[in-house]
Design a protein around this ligand. Sequence first.
Ligand code: COA
Length: 271
Amino acid sequence: MSEINSSIFAPAMLAGRTAFITGGGTGIGLGIAQMFSRLGARVAVASRKQDVVMAAAKSLQSAGGEALGIVTDVRNYDAVDAAMKQTADRWGGIDILINNAAGNFACPTEELSPNGWKTVVDIDLNGTFNCCRAGFSYLSASPHVGRIVNIITAYAWGGWPGCAPAAAAKAGIQSLTRTLALEWGPKNILSNTVAPGPIADTVGTRKIHEETDRAEAELDRVPVARFGRVDEIAAAVTYLVSPAALYVNGTDLVVDGGRQFKATSSRSRKS
Ligand code: COA
């Protein structure tokens, strides 16, 4: 449930823009799609599961938005290329790319198979490259200045025990984003990241914190003493694609309640 209402951003702020959101069918990706749609953007939601993307597109349309659901695996460059072409053919271009699709699971590194490592890095890092590369020609032609926002995590630089491939992939995405900021800034595309902390009601938090019985310990490490909300991440992404952020390029917007600076829980400091 979104608590950030549309009056926080100007109505129709994203009118005339087309956004392509990977992993846009659920969780943070869907929250971004909903906020963009409420602000007037046309939204293509891309992910692997047909029923998920179709349900997401239908819900956006029912709320009055223009939306398209596309089945795509970001690991497959040709599939990504075709999905972007389909979007651009439908609406005349692509202005905003949100690389949100991610895979992750908790596994001690000494038990992780090489294919487990490769699978996560393929989805997160290679998938982000595939979408940026396939999206370049559309984004660079945007009359609104093309935007790329890559969803990473502050665990990428703090270390992430049990999630080595995701941490390494997200660090790779951070580096890729900075390179693109330099290479593509002069070519009409701004590239930034948003780094969420633990966000309630997401697959990531369920798999990494709740199913491993670490939710309480994680909560103890968040200075504002709660998990974040999906709409708080969507709002940060919305700022980065807005006209207010035309001079923001190559930066990380960390939205984690201060989690990155509190590595030790208050409970363990007391004991
Ligand atoms: N622990 C250890 N290894 C695991 C694992 C786990 N929990 N889950 C998958 N793997 C390994 C598999 O064993 C396999 O390696 P192997 O061939 O050596 O046995 C490899 O990873 C690929 O698994 P597979 O199930 O074929 O991959 P997939 O493409 O179907 O799934 C995941 C990819 C596993 C990352 C999947 O969970 C996913 O994509 N989820 C998307 C949602 C998500 O995770 N969101 C959280 C973002 S923070």
